[in-house]
Structures are given as C-alpha cells and as structure tokens.
Design a protein around this ligand. Structure first.
Ligand code: ADP
Length: 314
C-alpha cells in the first residue's frame, strides 16, 4: 500500500507538471498579439486545455481508485467478515462449553446424590443398595462415553491428517464393524443385513471410517424397535463409493433434519438419554465425512425409518 501511495503521488505531480507545461505552451509561448494571425491552436486554447486537463484528471482519479481505494474497501469488508466470523466462533465455543458443562453435571449430580443417600443409611438395605449402585454404574458409563466422544471430536478437529491414512478395503472395514456391533444388535433383537461391494477401496484412515460406521449403525440399532432390521450397503458407481445405513425405526421429523449433525442436538431428549446417547455421535460422523471429503445426506420419515448416505469420491 505504501508503494501504491508513492506511485499515486508521483503520478499526480507528473500529471500536474505536464499540465503546467501544456498551459505554458498554449497560453504563454504561443500567445499572439491582437491583429496577428492566430497560431495553430487558434482561439480554442481554453477548450483544448480544459478537455485535456479534465480527461487526464478523470483517468488519474480512476487509476488511483482502482489501485488504492478499491483494495482498501475490499480489505475493510474482509476485516468486517473476519470479525463477524470470529464473533460467531466465540459464541459457538461458549455454547459448546456450556453444553459440555451441563452434560457433565447431570450424571455427576445424580452420582453424588445416590452416593450421599447410600452414606446416610440406604446402604443398609441390600435391595436399595444394589439398585443405587446399578444407577451409579449406568451414570458413570454415560460420563465415560461422553468423555470418549469429546476426545474423538477434539482429536478429529486438531489433527486433520490421520497418521494411519492408507488404502483400505471398504467391505473388510464394514464387516469388522458389524461383527463388533452384532452383540448390541442381538440384545435389542435387531438384525444387521449387509450388501457390500467386494471391490470398493478408498484412501484414508480405516479407524476413522470404522468410527463413523459404528456411530451410524449404533444409532440405527438404538432407534429401532425389537424385531427391526438395519441394512448396511456399500456400492461403487462411476468414481464414487456410496455407503448407506438404513433402518425401519422411529424416524426423524423433517424439521429436525437440518440441525441433526450439530453437537448435542437430540430429537427426543428423553429417548436419547434412555438409549444412552451422548448427542455427539452424528457430529463425529459429520467431521469424519468432511475429513474424507465425502458428502453426507439423510432421509427420514417418522414411523417408517431413516437412511444415512455417505458418498466418497475416489
Ligand atoms: P445420540 O448420542 O443422542 O444418539 P447423535 O448425534 O448420534 O446423538 O444423534 C442425534 C439425534 O439424532 C439423536 O438424539 C436422535 O434423536 C436422532 N437420530 C440419530 N440417528 C437416528 C436414527 N437412525 N433414527 C432416528 N433418530 C436418529
């Protein structure tokens, strides 16, 4: 900007010197005495000078605008945008901290309440003691899951590149995930059905990919009723690999679909809490899909089921 300012100052000085010289040539040097024949410029000297000076000033002004004023306006707009984004980021951070504190406080309050009641004598009754200890165990594992999910989220956000990124077979990764989740599905009497393209291979972190599949399949099982089915499909089309997880569970109403991938967003708070969700599962899915440059889509109908699509470019 400093250089541009010097150039503009030099341009202005040179232009004015040239105009002075032109003025001298037109009005002093070629001056004719009354009665003498008019020179080459005749009586139009004032007009010629005015046109040249006006056009020159306009050109100079236009050049200064393009080279100095416009960049300043652009930089100012960018600064305002950056300030707005930083304000937005700050408010998201504050909201996140408030949400995390609330999510941690709820089970902790419950745990300390039950411990206090046990200490005040409830421990004497074996039946109450067992029931309370069971509740404490449930709340503790909820806390553990929450902290694990928070760590996964922060790990994904901090380390964009995974150390274990490599070419891997999609079918193998999904089969491993499904095998690990089979006991959970069985305990809920939900059947996991796979239809996986043997050839599908992609580059990235297989661990992250499996984490994403765990979250999607776990949700499909969690929000399905007993006797339900969950379909996991991976197909290759042109240059894309599309992975989908479909269930015939409770479904999600249209108005929730936009906010579904936000941290701690839950459609039905009480059902999600009962199902043991942390509210971070889909947010983790969104971040992992972004790491893979994959497109994430959801379609759902209340009472009919939900289908999540993740489409990877090869
Ligand atoms: P949670 O840990 O509560 O399951 P998620 O981020 O995984 O959190 O999901 C956010 C919300 O989206 C859930 O609370 C639930 O209401 C809804 N949801 C996610 N997957 C499904 C699904 N397959 N069927 C119905 N609702 C779902």
């Amino acid at each position: 900007m400093k250089n541009k300012f010097i150039i503009a100052a030099v341009e202005t000085v040179v232009f004015n010197l040239l105009c002075l010289y032109l003025g001298y040539k037109l009005f002093v040097d070629s001056w004719t005495e009354p009665g003498e024949a008019a020179g080459f410029f005749g009586g139009n000297r004032v007009w010629i000078f005015a046109v040249i000076y006006g056009a020159g000033t306009m050109l100079l002004g236009f050049h200064i605008y393009i080279s100095m004023v416009k960049p300043i306006i652009k930089a100012q707009a960018e600064l305002e945008k950056a300030a707005e984004e930083s304000k937005k980021a700050e408010s998201i951070r504050k909201e996140f901290v408030a949400n995390v504190s609330h999510e941690l406080k709820t089970p902790l309050t419950s745990i300390s309440g039950f411990i206090e009641t046990l200490q005040q004598g409830a421990a004497e009754d074996p039946e109450i003691r067992t029931r309370f200890i069971d509740i404490i165990a449930i709340e503790t594992s909820r806390l553990k899951r929450l902290i694990e999910d928070l760590l996964v989220l922060s790990d994904i956000e901090n380390r964009k590149e995974s150390a274990d990124a490599r070419e891997f077979n999609v079918k193998e990764a999904i089969v491993k995930t499904v095998q690990a989740l089979e006991p959970i599905a069985e305990s809920k009497d939900v059947e996991l059905i796979t239809d996986l393209d043997q050839q599908a291979a992609m580059f990235g972190s297989p661990d992250r990919f499996r984490q994403m599949m765990v979250n999607l399949i776990e949700n499909a099982v969690k929000y399905s009723d007993a006797g339900g089915k969950v379909w996991i499909q991976a197909k290759t089309e042109d240059n894309q690999i599309q992975v989908s997880v479909r269930d015939e569970g409770i479904g999600i109403a249209e108005e929730h679909l936009d906010r579904l991938f936000e941290r701690f967003y839950r459609v039905d708070k009480s059902r999600a809490a009962k199902a043991g969700g942390t509210g971070l599962g889909l947010s983790i899915v969104k971040h992992i899909a972004a790491l893979f440059n994959a497109e994430l889509k959801v379609e759902s109908k209340v009472g009919e089921g939900t289908i999540f699509y993740v489409t990877f470019e090869r």
